[in-house]
Design a protein around this ligand. Structure first.
Ligand code: NI
Length: 271
């Protein structure tokens, strides 16, 4: 698949379930900005059938190379980012995975047994990044039980393979060239930001500052009925230059740890 086709399809799927992202792009466009994508993130499990490396294959085929690695001990996650060097404006790809050896037998058994029931040829196709949830039918009870231990596991159970978030590159903005200005614009237009660890994660000394919306709430059909739960969010990244003049291209685990919480369960404010 051509890389433009791949990214367009991911974007269309993503905005279909996260309409705020399209509204935010429209908002920036109306302000005369050109929105460039800093990175796209995916979530998975370290089960060899669907591991980080399996998901990465789609991008490695496009020429992407592994770059930084990140550990999130409390959330039992490991992540790696991939870069396409030499191509201006190519988004980085950030893929995390839940470490199954570190989670409870309940999570391990629930997810692995469900994976065993999936036709195994679904795992090998290039379309795996578009596959959405692998678990059918979804159970709200299972979702709720997973969530008690791991919001990440619960999110993956319901939403699976899709872009978990796209990210606006604040560096490519003209008027909204700081995260403060971006956040102000978003809040003035009624978007809800993730405040875990503060609205802005990271400092200029980290060479990366990030903020994000809280995930849009979507209605999902479970076997017990329809329930409103958070889906995907939009992120904003402002990068700083390294001593050699290049832009820092990595990620800061401490900040990403809080950004993960943008999909934590919450209820839509009434009114
Ligand atoms: Ni991100």
């Amino acid at each position: 698949m051509e890389s433009n086709t791949l990214f367009n399809r991911l974007w269309l799927d993503y905005t279909a379930s996260n309409p705020s992202a399209r509204k935010i792009v429209d908002l920036f466009t109306a302000e005369g900005e050109l929105v460039i994508n800093d990175h796209i993130a995916f979530r998975t499990l370290d089960d060899p059938r669907i591991s980080l490396e399996t998901i990465a294959r789609t991008f490695v085929r496009q020429g992407y190379k592994p770059a930084g690695e990140y550990e999130f001990k409390d959330k039992h996650l490991f992540a790696r980012h991939y870069e396409l060097t030499g191509v201006d404006d190519a988004p980085r790809i950030f893929i995390s995975q839940l470490i199954m050896a570190d989670v409870s037998p309940f999570i391990r058994k629930t997810l692995q047994e469900a994976l065993d029931r999936v036709p195994q040829d679904e795992f090998s196709g290039e379309d795996l990044v578009f596959a959405k949830t692998l678990f059918d039918p979804l159970s709200y009870d299972v979702y709720s039980m997973l969530r008690e231990e791991s919001e990440y596991a619960a999110w993956f159970y319901v939403f699976g393979f899709r872009a978990n978030h796209f990210t606006v590159s604040v560096n490519s903005m003209k008027k909204y060239d700081t995260l403060e200005k971006v956040n102000e614009l978003l809040k003035n237009n009624g978007f809800v930001l993730n405040t875990s660890g503060g609205e802005i994660k990271g400092t200029s000394d980290d060479l990366l500052r990030q903020s994000s919306t809280m995930a849009d709430i979507v209605c999902i059909g479970f076997k017990e009925g329809a329930f409103d739960i958070p889906c995907c969010y939009y992120e904003f990244a402002q990068r700083y230059t390294l001593p050699d003049g290049r832009l820092f291209g990595g990620f800061i685990a401490r900040s990403a740890d809080k950004i993960f919480e943008s999909t934590n369960f919450y209820r839509r404010k009434e009114g």
